[in-house]
Structure formats: C-alpha cells, structure tokens
Write a protein that binds this ligand. Structure first.
Ligand code: SF4
Length: 100
C-alpha cells in the first residue's frame, strides 16, 4: 500500500527534521491523521480525487505542500507523479510544471 506523504509527513514525521522545528503552534495539515488518507489521496484508476481535493481546499499548509511536491517531482511527466498534493492531481501538477 502506498503511504501518503503530504505536508503532515514532511513536517511532523520526517526523521530528518529537527524535533524543535515541529511545534504545537504550527498549522496542521488537513490530511494529518485522516483514517482514510491513503485511499483518498491515492485513488484507484477511475476513482475521483474529489475527497482529497476537498481536504486540500481547506488545508492551512496547502501552498507549502504544493511547493514541496513540485520541487520533489521536478519536471517529470504526469504518469510518473502520484497522489494529490497541494490540491492538485498528478496531471494538474504536470501541467503546472510545463507552464512554469
Ligand atoms: S494540501 Fe492536501 S495533501 Fe497537502 S498537506 Fe494539505 S491536505 Fe495534505
């Protein structure tokens, strides 16, 4: 099973992050601790990203999440991108990369 690695993972569970960089005052990712996170953010072929998109829409770290995903993915094409990050699907992130 794929594990969603949104900002929640990158900021709170990144083993490389210094513990003092994670404080209770930091905004919490909307997907953090969501029980269906993997299924929602990595839908099967033919399934919708709507539930993930809804969570991302109200996420306080959305911009940073998208920036991290774009950096991590570089200029790869859509089939090499996976999951919803920063409110954008793999296809949408590939389009954004091409437009940049
Ligand atoms: S923008 Fe979406 S994927 Fe990124 S941390 Fe927020 S809810 Fe998770």
């Amino acid at each position: 099973m794929t594990t969603h690695r949104g900002m929640a993972t990158l900021t709170r569970a990144n083993p490389g992050a210094a513990p003092e960089t994670v404080t209770p005052e930091q905004p919490r990712a909307a997907c953090e601790d969501h029980p269906d996170r993997d299924e929602i953010f990595y839908p099967r072929k033919g399934e919708s990203y709507d539930r993930a998109r809804s969570l991302c829409r109200r996420c306080p770290v959305r911009d940073a999440c998208l920036a991290l995903a774009m950096d991590a993915e570089g200029g790869v094409n859509a089939p090499s991108r996976f999951g919803m990050f920063g409110g954008l699907s793999p296809v949408q992130r590939a389009e954004l990369a091409r437009a940049s």
